[in-house]
Design a protein around this ligand. Structure first.
Ligand code: HEC
Length: 88
């Protein structure tokens, strides 16, 4: 519910000229790859960790932990974790 309200406000601010469908968060997320989401979110509070910093099996737990910190959706977290796991 909160998300819908925020989306609505963002849509209202970013321009009445846009089609409503272009504001749908699911499309934004679908368009963004793991690397982009990592770059945009994982350096907000600390240096973004690189894929070789942790073992493949550790990224899942870290993802769950940072999902809460960063306020990512499950889908976004999955993409970031898959990206970080792809290196080793
Ligand atoms: C809102 C701030 C914030 C964001 C955004 C954030 N982190 Fe963190 N991160 C922290 C803090 C604070 C710690 C220190 C541990 C703690 O206090 O929970 C941490 C610790 C870590 C650690 C050390 C191991 C651990 O789990 O504690 C890793 C790895 C990490 N973050 C990865 C990430 C990744 C990957 C992302 C992007 C999805 C991310 N972080 C986004 C705040 C953040």
């Amino acid at each position: 519910m909160k998300k819908i309200i925020i989306t609505f406000i963002v849509c209202a601010i970013t321009g009445s000229g846009l089609l409503l469908s272009s504001c749908a968060p699911t499309k934004d997320i679908a368009d963004k790859g793991g690397a982009q989401l990592w770059g945009e979110n994982c350096s907000r509070c600390h240096n973004a960790p690189t894929m070789d910093q942790y073992a493949k099996e550790d990224w899942g737990i870290i993802g769950t932990h940072m999902k809460l910190k960063a306020g990512l959706t499950a889908q976004e977290t999955k993409k970031v974790v898959e990206y970080l796991q792809s290196g080793n």
